[in-house]
Design a protein around this ligand. Structure first.
Ligand code: HEC
Length: 100
């Protein structure tokens, strides 16, 4: 019981953090990595790499895709389902990844 209460406290603390690397990682693995890879895109893939890129840049790009000020059929579609928090989490996750 004590253990359970403790976990609930930890969970509540982590959800109020500005960015959750864990949530960003889960989303990246489930969605983005299919095209962008995790650390590196595959050599013949036409998709820009995201790992180790500037966090602000990634956030801005995703928001532009979401409001369609940057046009890409694929990314407009994907970004339309992302919340500000998703974008924040994903950008902070990818920007912290080392490329090697
Ligand atoms: C079905 C393939 C596909 C998936 C899945 C996908 N992307 Fe993309 N992404 C692309 C393509 C293609 C481009 C290049 C679009 C363009 O020309 O602007 C791109 C571009 C981007 C860029 C701009 C990179 C740059 O150098 O300017 C970002 C940031 C990005 N994607 C993030 C994401 C994130 C985050 C996810 C997961 C939520 C994701 N993408 C999922 C195909 C994909």
């Amino acid at each position: 019981m004590k253990g359970l209460l403790f976990s609930i406290v930890i969970l509540s603390i982590s959800t109020v953090q500005a960015a959750s690397l864990y949530a960003g990682k889960a989303k990246a693995a489930a969605v983005c990595s299919q095209c962008h890879g995790v650390r590196l895109t595959s050599a013949d893939a036409p998709f820009p790499p995201l790992a180790g890129r500037d966090e602000e840049y990634l956030e801005t790009a995703l928001k532009q895709y979401r409001d369609k000020t940057r046009v890409s059929d694929i990314m407009n579609n994907i970004a339309s389902s992302l919340t500000d928090k998703d974008i924040n989490n994903i950008a902070s996750y990818y920007s912290r990844l080392k490329t090697k």
